[in-house]
Design a protein around this ligand. Structure first.
Ligand code: AP5
Length: 245
């Protein structure tokens, strides 16, 4: 793995992180790498929104939209939703006001076609916006296969506030109950063993090629995700702030 960025952000600079133009940050990594868990820490530090394509698709599904209906069976099989559907959903979300200083892209892009679409979108935005974003920051979170398996089979999620738990690594204080709102935790439909296996294969065949794609642009940070949540968070802050401060 490439050497990680070292050193802490300067204290004075940290003070204005919530007003700074952070731009788009891509969290790249296989299912279970910790993208959703880490995105929440980045939202808290930088004050920019998390855009999780998985969450957006699940919301569409729950609301019974046309997109949700088209995506449901594909997601249940652990396959990728077609690029054109996902890209137009992301375009609509990126146009919302809260993205003005940037966003955390969690689970997007996932194919080379999506990455190329995003490059074009960002180039157009730079040309047209009166508050252009700085260049992409891309962080790949690397986690060993067996660890991914335990993370996914052990994951539990709060259906109300989205807090992510794990029965092995990050258990709720009271089993199956959200620490924050007391709701009963749920297991994601695609966290069954056969679907996990398919999702990991999809990652290898369709998404892993984004690592060399972004490496050649010189914008890729690779971090070791096989550590505690807090250690991974600290490595992410260093990578992003290396590029932004
Ligand atoms: P999506 O919802 O994006 O799922 P995913 O990419 O498979 O990623 P996960 O949400 O499973 O994992 P994560 O990396 O966020 O890990 P988490 O933080 O939860 O996509 C679902 C489906 O939607 C796809 O299969 C596809 O069909 C469709 N889709 C979505 N985006 C698409 C796109 N762009 N194009 C086409 N289709 C798309 O953590 C996992 C567990 O590990 C948790 O229990 C957590 O508590 C634990 N954990 C986290 N970090 C640590 C740590 N450091 N140590 C120990 N445990 C940890």
């Amino acid at each position: 793995m490439a050497a990680e960025t070292q050193g802490d952000a300067k204290a004075t600079d940290v003070l204005d992180l919530k007003t700074r133009n952070i731009g788009p940050v891509i969290l790249l990594g296989p299912p279970g790498a910790g993208k959703g868990t880490q995105a929440k820490a980045l939202v808290a530090r930088y004050g920019i929104p998390q855009i999780s394509t998985g969450d957006l698709l699940r919301e569409n599904r729950a609301r019974g939209t046309e997109l949700g209906k088209q995506a449901a069976a594909i997601m249940d099989r652990g396959e990728l939703v077609p690029d054109e559907l996902v890209c137009s959903m992301v375009a609509a979300r990126l146009a919302e006001k809260d993205c003005v200083r940037g966003c955390i892209l969690d689970g997007f892009p996932r194919t080379v076609a999506q990455a190329k679409w995003l490059d074009d979108f960002l180039a157009r935005r730079v040309a047209e916006s009166d508050q252009p974003w700085p260049p992409l920051v891309v962080v790949s979170i690397v986690v060993e296969y067996n660890q991914l398996w335990r993370r996914l089979t052990g994951r539990r999620t709060c259906p109300v506030d989205g807090t992510i738990y794990n029965i092995y690594f990050q258990p709720a204080r009271v089993p199956d109950t959200c620490d924050i709102c007391g709701s009963k935790l749920v297991t994601r439909k695609d966290d069954s063993e056969d679907v996990i296996s398919k999702r990991l294969k999809e990652y290898e065949s369709q998404t892993l090629s984004l690592v060399p794609y972004y490496r050649q642009s010189g914008r890729l940070h690779e971090i070791d995700g096989d550590r505690s949540v807090e250690e991974v968070t600290a490595a992410l802050f260093r990578a992003i702030e290396h590029d932004r401060l």
